[in-house]
Design a protein around this ligand. Structure first.
Ligand code: NAD
Length: 438
């Protein structure tokens, strides 16, 4: 089967590579010539574990190509996937559909025969119908169907998530589109992964409801963590105690500095906006958005308390600035609020991040980039763990504490304990949701 993938970002590239690994012929299209040039040279423009190897394998097998020429790419395809960005529109929180609609119109003008035009981007309810109208308007003679196929992969584990999904959601309107979509995902059908076939609107809603639910779960435990600190409870024990209940589940119950990333912040805002537009405010989601911002402010206050109320002149080492480990993605990372607050208060900030530097250099002006935690710790006043990269999970804390001016540790991912810090010679340690100050 021949497939075109429009947009080769985190979702489009992973999906394109995985579809080619299913055995399909895939052409990946992007309007960014620099990205396509890199891909043609065999380089992966993003950091995603395992993607380079899988991409090379399928390029070598002749099933995967890259181009900026959308018109040529869609000739003879049975399915065209739109996997372009849907960022928050400035001002009103709505998902910005400019890229999706532009891609749909380009596809419509370029297609010369039947194809299913599949929206993989996360889009508000009703968008697939808009896409259908736009395609019809741009190319009235075209025989086509639209389909909604939201993506649930997580950056950092994207290939596994794509190849072994909890479910695939297919929103379709015709048997013909349904059949083609089943063919696209045939290897997953054969291996009995759950496939949920729905109408277009339900597929669109599933994606927002899933992300809003997960954001709510994280925010709930973060709020419980704040109460743990005041009451003497330990949020790690609380998470374990509630997570073992099968109705709750143990995932997304790790307290931390608030959710970030390319999806939860924008998708919760978009869902809130959809609710407002329909005269039904999404009160839970709106509260989650507000509480998540407050959690980041609480983290800043926590750090400020550690440095006696002023960052001025302090040397702070930040371990991890990407929004989570195993990605280079900095979009809406808590670091983007916490680091500038410290710099604004007069701190000198040194950052260590295994993959974040490329993105971070433009997004975090004024920080110094260091190679590793040990070098960065020299004469520092405070270490802040913001992202739980594996590299930061087994640090020689003693070695670090020795190098510091005032050995203080803010462990905002709860990867160490008060005991670890004390044993290593730290004079102060804070974490999230545990009363373990000393
Ligand atoms: P991204 O910004 O990494 O990639 C989008 C790509 O599309 C860019 O390379 C851009 O140049 C390209 N593009 C835009 N318009 C184009 C056009 N007309 N023709 C060709 N290329 C075009 O975005 P992403 O993170 O991959 O997200 C894409 C969509 O998937 C979003 O709607 C997002 O919400 C959703 N999603 C993302 C994730 C994730 O983890 N990143 C997970 C699930 C769903």
């Amino acid at each position: 089967m021949k497939i075109a993938m429009i947009g080769t970002g985190y979702v489009g590239l992973v999906s394109g590579v995985c579809f080619s690994d299913f055995g399909h012929d895939v052409v990946c299209v992007d309007m960014d010539p620099a990205k396509i040039e890199m891909l043609k040279r065999g380089e992966v423009p993003i950091f995603e574990p395992g993607l380079d190897t899988l991409m090379a394998k399928n390029v070598a097998a002749g099933r995967l190509t890259f181009t900026t020429d959308l018109e040529e790419a869609v000739q003879g395809v049975e399915a065209v996937f739109i996997a372009v960005g849907t960022p928050t529109r400035r001002g009103d929180g709505h998902a910005d559909l400019t890229y999706v609609m532009a891609a749909a119109e380009q596809v419509a003008r370029a297609l010369t025969g039947y194809a299913v035009i599949v929206t993989k981007s996360t889009v508000p309810v009703g968008t697939n119908r808009q896409v259908k109208q736009a395609v019809r308007k741009a190319n009235p003679a075209l025989d086509f169907d639209v389909a909604s196929n939201p993506e649930f992969l997580r950056e950092g584990a994207a290939i596994d998530d794509f190849m072994k999904p909890d479910r695939v959601v297919l929103g379709v309107q015709s048997d013909r589109a349904d059949e083609i979509m089943r063919e696209v995902y045939r290897p997953l059908f054969l291996r009995d992964f759950p496939i949920v076939t729905t109408d277009l609107e339900s597929a669109e809603m599933i994606k927002y409801a899933a992300n809003a639910f997960l954001a709510t779960k994280i925010t709930f435990i973060n709020e419980i963590a704040a109460l743990c600190e005041l009451t003497g409870a330990d949020v790690k024990q609380v998470s374990k105690g509630i997570g073992l209940d099968g109705r709750i589940g143990n995932k997304f119950l790790h307290a931390g500095p608030g959710y970030g990333g390319s999806c939860f912040p924008k998708d919760t805002k978009a869902l809130a906006r959809i609710g407002q537009e329909h005269g039904l405010p999404m009160q839970i989601t709106e509260t989650v958005i507000k509480v998540n911002e407050e959690i980041k402010d609480r983290m800043i206050q926590k750090l400020l308390d550690l440095v006696e109320g002023s960052f001025n002149g302090k040397i702070v080492v930040v371990l991890g600035v990407t929004f989570k480990p195993n990605t280079d993605d900095m979009r809406a990372s808590p670091a983007l609020k916490i680091v500038p607050a410290m710099i604004g208060g007069g701190a000198k900030v040194r950052v260590v991040d295994p993959q974040g530097r490329h993105e971070g250099e433009s997004q975090l002006p004024g920080v110094q980039w260091a190679e590793d935690a040990y070098k960065a710790a020299q004469n520092a006043d405070l270490i802040v763990i913001l992202t739980q990269w594996n590299e930061f999970r087994a640090l020689d804390l003693k070695k670090i504490a020795k190098k510091m001016n005032t050995p203080k540790l803010a462990d905002l991912r709860n990867i160490y304990s008060e005991r670890d810090a004390k044993k290593a010679g730290f004079e102060a340690y804070v974490s999230v949701g545990r009363r373990d100050y000393f």
